[in-house]
Design a protein. Structure first.
Length: 466
């Protein structure tokens, strides 16, 4: 059997033992099964003057290969091109993209550095799985170094419509680099369609059907692999967690008021100001609910070094402060807004005691919070998920209360509907959503992707016809 080589911008700190949750667990368990290498950046956020040699850590049959990044590399590749160009572009925020040539050059340079450092670790039968928008050029850099192995790429964030994508001055180079992969994975069919449309409109390639595409004289497969969570594990964590001190104390502090919860990295894609305004609309239109419900918004800071984030951080704080000032009373604060991260178990417990989960990103590749909220519910008395139509998760979770996240009145109405939904309807929606996320959990996601990435002679299923 092939070994697996995973490359991601960040690698979970191997010194902290196996990861506790999320994507890292899935990759870790695939690596444990197949044996192999996990390469990426150490995550030292200030960068170093000169990157030292690769740092190796062995854990079981996984070799972690960690690289430092210089301050300049970090500024151009990570803060610059990845997070000030590709991230806003793919989330439809052209107003925030900063097309600086030097960041673009830094992006390609760091991808070359990653490839050069990884090259000596690759064995002939390895299959290689590269993650996310930071590392698009890695396959072509590896090919340049003579790597003929199967290489797959998974895009965790949306692929935008061609009109948006073509504003990127180097869009041809990005597509050219993607054609060096054997398999491209996207979150939804919609992303795959957008990608195929870009090939067609630019006249550089085409969708050949059956998941095959061609561009720049190369053929590759492209397919949707909607990412999931470990549903059974998350459900049991949530069930346990409601008995914990932290969750009990929080529940008591809400004094019997119905809890509405939002959990998001502090990111402009998550629709936080619209959400807060929507909550305000709800309170204005439904005065009977004033004093009877609280929105708990858990929002750990992220990417504070990127321009655009500090403005947005100020705006979100202002909106929350304004609503609290206008609507709050002596003994009731409508919004409890915190910029700290909460432990994973506590988070699971909070989802479970909440009556409503508000997940209203303006654009999101998938959104795992939506799936976690569903998994955490008490099947006998489940809360209601209010979900943005523009989250990838809405494709599977169509039994949620779906909203247009730009429409604050619609958010307000959805909150009212969710809070007053009868038990029978809640159970029906929960059951439908649970069935979907259980069918397509995180182990299925990695097994499906890796199954397709295997060389044909090792596949257990029928190969896709050429
Ligand atoms: C990208 C794509 C795609 C959040 N706050 C706390 C906390 N979290 C955890 C959540 C969840 C994760 O972080 C966030 O995942 P999302 O999927 O919601 O969003 P992104 O971070 O933007 O992820 C996204 C994902 O990649 C995977 O492909 O779904 O579309 O943008 O697991 O629970 N965890 C803890 N404390 C917090 O305060 N412990």
């Amino acid at each position: 059997m092939s070994r697996l080589v995973v490359v991601s911008n960040r690698v979970p700190d191997p010194a902290k033992g196996p990861p506790a949750g999320g994507l890292a667990v899935a990759l870790n368990s695939a690596l444990e099964k197949m044996g192999g290498v996990w390469m990426g950046w150490t995550g030292k956020s200030s960068g170093v003057k000169e990157p030292g040699p690769l740092q190796f850590v062995e854990r079981g049959n996984i070799t972690f290969a960690l690289t430092d990044l210089s301050r300049r590399d970090l500024a151009e590749y990570y803060t610059g091109f990845a997070n000030s160009v590709l991230w806003p572009l793919c989330h439809y925020r052209l107003d925030l993209t900063e097309y600086a040539r030097k960041d673009m050059a830094g992006y390609f340079r760091v991808n070359r550095l990653f490839a050069e450092r990884l090259r000596p670790l690759i064995q002939p039968d390895d299959i290689i799985w590269i993650h996310d928008y930071h590392l698009i050029p890695m396959a072509s850099e590896l090919r340049r170094l003579g790597v003929g192995n199967r290489i797959g790429f998974f895009m965790h964030i949306p692929w935008p419509s061609p009109d948006v994508f073509f504003t990127l001055p180097v869009h041809e180079a990005i597509i050219d680099n993607l054609t060096a992969y054997d398999l491209l994975g996207f979150q939804t069919e919609h992303d795959v369609e957008n990608f195929a449309l870009a090939l067609k409109r630019d006249g550089i390639g085409r969708d050949m059907g059956d998941g095959w595409m061609a561009a720049y004289g190369r053929r590759f497969q492209a397919k949707a692999f909607p990412i999931g969570i470990d549903v059974a594990e998350f459900a049991s964590t949530a069930k346990e967690a409601v008995r914990s001190k932290a969750v009990k104390r929080t529940a008591v502090s809400f004094a019997g008021r119905d809890l509405i919860i939002g959990v998001d990295r502090l990111d402009y894609s998550k629709g936080l100001t619209h959400r807060i305004d929507g909550f305000e609309r709800f309170l204005i239109a439904n005065p009977a609910w004033r004093g009877r419900t609280t929105l708990l918004q858990v929002t750990p800071k992220s990417r504070s070094e990127v321009q655009g984030y500090s403005d947005m951080q100020r705006q979100v704080a202002e909106h929350a402060g304004r609503v609290n000032g206008a609507m709050g009373t002596l003994d009731w604060t409508p919004i409890r807004y915190i910029n700290q991260s909460v432990g994973r178990n506590t988070l699971a417990g909070l989802y479970r005691i909440a009556r409503v989960g508000l997940v209203t990103p303006l654009r999101d590749g998938m959104n795992l919070v939506a799936k976690e909220f569903v998994a955490a519910q008490n099947p006998a008395d489940p809360g209601v998920l209010v979900l943005s139509r523009f989250a990838g998760a809405a494709r599977e979770l169509d039994a949620a209360v779906l909203v247009n996240p730009y429409d604050v009145e619609a958010i307000g109405n959805a909150i009212a509907r969710a809070l007053s939904m009868p038990l029978e309807a809640r159970v029906e929606r929960y059951t439908a959503m649970m069935a979907r996320i259980e069918q397509n959990d995180i182990s299925k996601w990695s097994a499906d992707f890796l199954g397709m990435l295997q060389p044909e002679e090792q596949r257990t299923t029928e190969p896709v016809p050429a």
